[in-house]
Design a protein around this ligand. Structure first.
Ligand code: PXL
Length: 244
């Protein structure tokens, strides 16, 4: 049960590959991490980004694949269309089942990329992904729809090019899920907090971990929503004992 995160580094540890690794550990799978970019940030302020070249990202992926058997991966901050293209190529090459967190903007408000990534996600990565996990603003970018209501989110769910969950933190806690064309909703209680940094990262890495532990997609999503909810409540990702 070896999984992989392909994402950026958040030195404050709440998001990116460090957060993913903590979540993999909490759920009981062995995690590997491919770094797409360094960032300088904390949960409240984003300073800057230093991307890694696509060639060196490819070398990292190949080096892990050379000796580990990986079936499930998640992708987070991919920074540029070229990196998205490269990752899509590697997903095909190694026949990987990918959960794509279509990261475009940091929770703290900083741009995690200079370019418009929605087209590249739609064209290269989503058509071969197992699941994508946009929040409302990412779903708006992927579909071009405005999302103000659950009905809007359901329409966007239908339009996204693979199985997806549109997370409902900004829609009264209503998550909208589309699996094999069937649309359902799961409502969660909203928690008052000033720290939602990394919740998207932790959701997608938890889903990958539960998938690797042989849960089906719907079960993996439900368990992961619960894991993230507990993490927000306790502010202690990675020290949680996950329900395995
Ligand atoms: O949650 C989006 C995200 C993804 N990856 C990295 C981040 C963030 C948000 O801050 O820093 C590296």
């Amino acid at each position: 049960m070896i999984v992989m995160s392909i994402a950026g580094v958040d030195p404050s540890g709440g998001a990116g590959v460090y957060a993913d690794l903590k979540t993999f550990q909490a759920i009981g799978v062995y995690g590997t991490c491919i770094v797409t970019a360094l960032t300088a940030q904390n949960p409240y302020k984003f300073f800057s980004t230093l991307p890694i070249s696509p060639e060196y990202i490819a070398e990292q992926i190949d080096s892990v694949m050379d000796s580990y058997e990986v079936e499930f991966i998640k992708t987070g901050m991919l920074y540029s269309p070229d990196i998205i293209k490269l990752v899509a190529r590697k997903v095909k090459e190694y026949d990987l089942k990918a959960v794509v967190d279509p990261v475009m903007v940091a929770t703290s408000g900083g741009d995690l990329t200079k370019e418009d990534l929605a087209d590249a996600f739609n064209k290269y990565l989503l058509p071969n992904a197992k699941l994508t996990t946009p929040n409302i603003s990412e779903a708006e970018k992927l579909t071009g729809f405005d999302i103000n209501t659950t009905e809007d989110a359901m329409k966007a769910c239908e339009a996204i090019k693979c199985n997806n969950i549109i997370t409902g933190g900004h829609l009264d806690g209503v998550n909208t899920i589309s699996i094999d064309g069937e649309i359902t909703t799961i409502k969660q209680e909203l928690i008052e907090t000033d720290n939602l940094h990394g919740t998207g990262c932790n959701l997608s890495s938890a889903i990958v971990a539960y998938l690797a532990k042989n849960n089906d997609l719907k079960t993996s999503i439900i368990k992961s929503l619960d894991y993230v909810y507990e993490g927000i409540k306790n502010g202690n990702y990675g020290t949680l004992i996950a329900k395995i």
